[in-house]
Write a protein that binds this ligand. Structure first.
Ligand SMILES: [Zn+2]
Ligand SMILES: [Zn+2]
Length: 365
């Protein structure tokens, strides 16, 4: 670090930019919040004003409540705030997700938020933004995390669905309600035109994606009042619904879980799913390294997840790197898990029942 005050620094309210007097994804109420995306661990209620990328505003409004004041910028549009100029750039994570670029007297910082490099039909692709300092997420920063393509995973899901159909059983696929569920529906739309049933927590978010023009398979909400035969149907539900009474109607169903964590041996069995599909909204290890290289950053600060491994690796490569302390540092994602049903990180440490509870708390019905 140079002697100058860093442009962005961690505080007890979250990442703070003093030159612009704003916070990025603050976890406590602040005056001005810049938000990277609508997942619950990044977008929290109670700040006086919010600024975000326009494609994510409808999701944010839903997350933060109708009374929250949310101002929007198009991707790439610049705005002066205090002594800095800010702009939002696609992060490829979920609909409307953004990296935040901050420029101050010729020095550029980019705060990535959550991001991925793999193609995703539900959001704008990640944009490489050159910068001096790159604040990167590090959720899956171990060399074992390498993702297959979304298209290939969709094919695996369809094969599993077809097999269950042939055997006369339902397929219940657990996916995070915001982002992952819609990505699965969009990837599958290239392979079939059959309808999919949705848990009540997934429906409203899927509607917002449709309204944004994202093409997905036709969907129908699981009707709690009518009895029907679920044999052969595909049902998408949030992970929190696993093991709850809601599942009883699908007796005999095969269950699957979509997550980057499914890359780990034993995860699927330990969590009691019949199938695991490796599909993540975060960058895999090669994606993280490639991105860091492409930004041309002289300094890399890692947040979220297993940042130690990434920092050590980068230092060995001669890159100036450090971990940026966040609320969740050292907690293995467990703290995040207890408050966020919306991200992969939520799967890191919490039990199904904890996640079920947090789904109820954070997904307005
Ligand atoms: Zn996220
Ligand atoms: Zn996150």
């Amino acid at each position: 670090m140079d002697a100058r005050q860093p442009l962005v620094r961690p505080t007890d309210h979250g990442l703070y930019c003093a030159a612009g007097d704003f916070y990025i994804d603050p976890w406590r109420p602040v005056g001005r919040a810049l938000i990277t995306h609508a997942h619950a661990d990044h977008a929290r209620h109670g700040s006086r004003s919010y600024l975000a990328a326009s494609p994510g505003v409808s999701l944010l409004q839903r997350r933060l409540g109708a009374d929250s004041r949310i101002d929007a910028l198009a991707y790439g549009e610049r705005r002066r705030i205090g002594e800095v100029e800010v702009s939002f750039h696609p992060a490829g994570h979920v609909l409307g997700s953004a990296q935040i670029r901050i420029e101050h007297r010729g020095e550029v910082w980019v705060v990535s938020g959550d991001y991925k490099r793999d193609p995703d039909p539900t959001c704008a692709p990640f944009e490489v933004v050159p910068c001096n300092t790159f604040v990167t997420e590090a959720t899956f920063s171990l060399p074992i995390y390498v993702w297959p393509s979304g298209e290939r995973v969709a094919r695996e899901i369809l094969e599993w669905w077809d097999l269950n159909r042939a055997e006369g059983r339902a397929s219940v696929l657990f996916c995070y309600a915001l982002g992952k569920a819609q990505r699965v529906l969009a990837e599958l739309a290239g392979l079939t035109d059959r309808s999919v049933f949705l848990h009540g927590a997934v429906t409203p978010l899927t509607k917002l994606y449709r309204r944004a023009g994202i093409e997905m398979l036709p969907t129908e909400q699981v009707d709690l009042r009518t009895r029907r035969d679920w044999a052969g149907e595909l049902v998408i539900a949030p992970p929190g619904a696993a093991g709850t009474p809601w599942m009883r109607r699908f007796r005999g169903a095969s269950t699957g879980f979509c997550s980057g964590w499914m890359r780990l041996r034993g995860q699927r069995r330990r969590r009691g799913f019949d199938r695991g599909f490796v599909l993540s909204d975060h960058a895999d290890w090669p994606g993280l390294l490639r991105t860091i290289r492409e930004t041309g950053a002289e300094r890399v600060l890692a947040t979220h997840g297993q940042s130690d491994t990434l920092v050590r690796y980068l230092r060995e490569q001669g890159v100036e790197a450090g971990a940026l302390e966040t609320l969740f540092a050292g907690e293995d994602g467990a703290a995040e898990a207890s408050i966020d049903p919306g991200t992969d990180a939520a799967a890191a440490g919490a039990s199904i029942s904890e996640r079920g509870a947090s789904t109820d708390r954070h997904e307005p019905s």
